[in-house]
Design a protein around this ligand. Structure first.
Ligand code: NDP
Ligand code: BG6
Length: 514
């Protein structure tokens, strides 16, 4: 391990120590990372590649072993072959990659079979560190088997002396009741501080930046409230459709898939009060308080859409949602949603929080946008546009403040321009880690700040469950929108009605373009 890499991992270890004391820091001793569902899509495309990047960059403790577990009859070589296309291995990294796979193993077993887990445990105990190693269990599995797997892990596979942590992937239930059932089940087996519910948006650079931006600067605090902010928009747009994931998506829909989790978590970070400290407990306490101030979303505050084929597409691409053979015929599942929420507290009363998300839209983009109120006492004959602060999460991370300045030269008229912090130019040589890299490292370090606590989850479902139940009971038909468009025009009308102003006059000049 190179010195700077070691330093980096030690820094994470240090963080863990600060948060949890020496014993819980998590960097000492041997670690075993167990991937349950090792043959699946998530494991192949995301988890194994992430573990490889962390290993390659020297960010994991030296003594870390990786054990895959699934039903399929696979060899380690099969896993390697399936994962390689997603691992971005450079030519000169061949030896390092072999070293990574030499620390891997695979056990075949059934999820509902205690004896399979007993075998898994025998294998785990035969690895260096044995029963004393710290164990991380990653549930890269469909929720249908969570129950069996967690019960079996608890009964047969817990480390006797080391710590045990369980990483759970969304969906965390389908509604308030099922999510509560899952939480009750998990909490009957593990303590809250052993459970890491992943929302990978919380691992993204610019999402993590929200707290520093807000609480590390003097200038934003005084205007970050109902006196100066006219509305807040949280946007998630994808330019592709469900691409073969229609079967999964059809049962879930865009509200559960994106809005209720990724966008709501971002909303919390924008709206919460300053936590007492940056400890996970203090931060998560503040997020829960925000959620408690939000009433369940009413159907009248929502516009739903479903994409249809672009007739100008080539017949294969840009097909409609219902053209996907894995989607049920006549499905009412929305692939687009805009919803307006209100945080009814002293800071935000009356300010609309607009959550927008959709697939097969005109671009790929995730961002947070605060639109400020008009300048009171206008002296420029209504030529000033509202200020906007935009935190662009992806692609091309940036923070920009849209503002007015004097038109340069012999003029004295206001002109739209921006203060621009584009990461690609300001931090040219900094490699931003993938969200999963950060989050998995946080689990090693025992830092739960960027994971969803059970009370946060309960509140999130409370806000969306009545809406979801009503839409499903009434089989509400989403509004069709063309693949590659901005979504239904009714969504723009809704956001205009609640106070978002779009003039269409702002033009950004890419400063670094040649
Ligand atoms: P725009 O004025 O284009 O858009 C502002 C907002 O209005 C967006 O939320 C947009 O939604 C919405 N909007 C767009 N069209 C309509 C419509 N017809 N009706 C209602 N609402 C609409 O300004 P931006 O801030 O988005 O900037 C323009 C471009 O410049 C962006 O691509 C931005 O990333 C880029 N830029 C990049 C910077 C950087 O990288 N550093 C700095 C500054 C700008 P929607 O998102 O759906 O389009
Ligand atoms: C997942 C959703 O949580 O996030 C997907 O289930 C979505 O539908 C994905 O495509 C988007 O993640 P990212 O990091 O590519 O924006």
């Amino acid at each position: 391990m190179s010195t700077d890499r070691l330093t980096r991992f030690e820094a994470f270890g240090q963080l863990g120590r600060e948060l949890h004391g020496e014993e819980q820091a998590g960097h000492a001793g041997t670690h075993t990372f167990i991937i349950l569902g090792a043959s699946g899509d998530l494991a192949t495309k995301k988890i194994y590649p992430t573990l490889w990047w962390l290993y390659r960059d020297g960010l994991l403790p030296d003594e870390t072993y990786f054990v895959g577990f699934a039903r399929s009859n696979l060899t380690l070589d099969d896993i390697k072959k399936a994962c390689l296309p997603h691992m971005k291995v450079a030519n000169e990294e061949g030896e390092h990659l072999s070293a990574f796979f030499s620390k891997n193993s695979y056990i075949r077993g059934k999820y509902d079979d205690g004896s399979s887990f007993a075998r898994l445990n025998t294998h785990l105990s035969s690895l260096p560190g044995g029963g004393d190693a710290n164990r991380l269990f990653y549930l890269a599995l469909p929720p249908t088997v969570y129950h069996h797997v967690t019960t079996n892990v608890q009964a047969r596979c817990m480390s006797s002396k080391g710590w045990n942590r369980v990483i759970v992937e969304k969906p965390f239930g389908r509604d308030l009741q099922s999510s509560e059932d899952l939480s009750t089940h998990l909490l009957s087996l593990f303590a809250e501080d052993q459970i890491y519910r992943i929302d990978h948006y919380l691992g993204k650079e610019m999402v993590q930046n929200l707290m520093v931006l807000r609480f590390g600067n003097r200038i934003f605090g005084p205007v970050w409230n109902r006196n100066s902010v006219s509305c807040v928009t949280l946007t998630f747009k994808e330019s592709v459709g469900t691409r073969g994931r229609g079967g999964y998506f059809d049962d879930v829909g865009i509200i559960r898939d994106v809005m209720q989790i990724h966008l709501l978590q971002m909303l919390c970070l924008v709206a919460m009060e300053k936590p007492t400290s940056t400890s996970p407990a203090d931060v998560r306490d503040e997020k829960v308080k925000v959620l408690k101030c939000i009433a369940p979303v009413a159907v009248s505050d929502v516009v739903l859409g479903q994409y249809t084929r672009d007739p100008e597409g080539d017949g294969q691409s840009k097909l409609g949602y219902l053209d996907d053979p894995t989607v049920s015929e006549g499905s009412c599942t929305p692939t687009f949603a805009t919803a307006v929420l209100y945080v009814q507290n002293e800071r935000w009363d009356g300010v609309p929080f607009i959550l927008r998300c959709g697939k097969a839209l005109n671009e790929r983009k995730a961002e947070v946008r605060l639109q400020f109120t008009d300048v009171p006492g206008d002296i420029f004959d209504e030529r000033c546009q509202r200020n906007e602060l935009v935190v662009r999460v992806q692609p091309d991370e940036a923070i920009y403040l849209k503002m007015m300045a004097k038109r340069p030269g012999v003029y004295f008229s206001p002109e739209e321009t921006e203060l621009d912090l584009t990461y690609g130019s300001r931090y040219k040589n900094v490699k931003l880690p993938d969200a999963y890299e950060r989050l998995i490292l946080d689990v090693f370090c025992g830092n739960q700040m960027q994971f969803v606590r059970s009370d946060e989850l309960r509140e999130a479902w409370r806000i969306f469950t009545p809406l979801l139940h009503q839409l499903e009971a009434e089989r509400t038909h989403p509004i069709p929108y063309k693949y590659g468009s901005r979504g239904p025009k009714e969504a723009d009308e809704l956001v205009r009605r609640v106070g978002f102003r779009y003039e269409g006059t702002y033009k950004w000049m890419q400063p670094h373009a040649t």
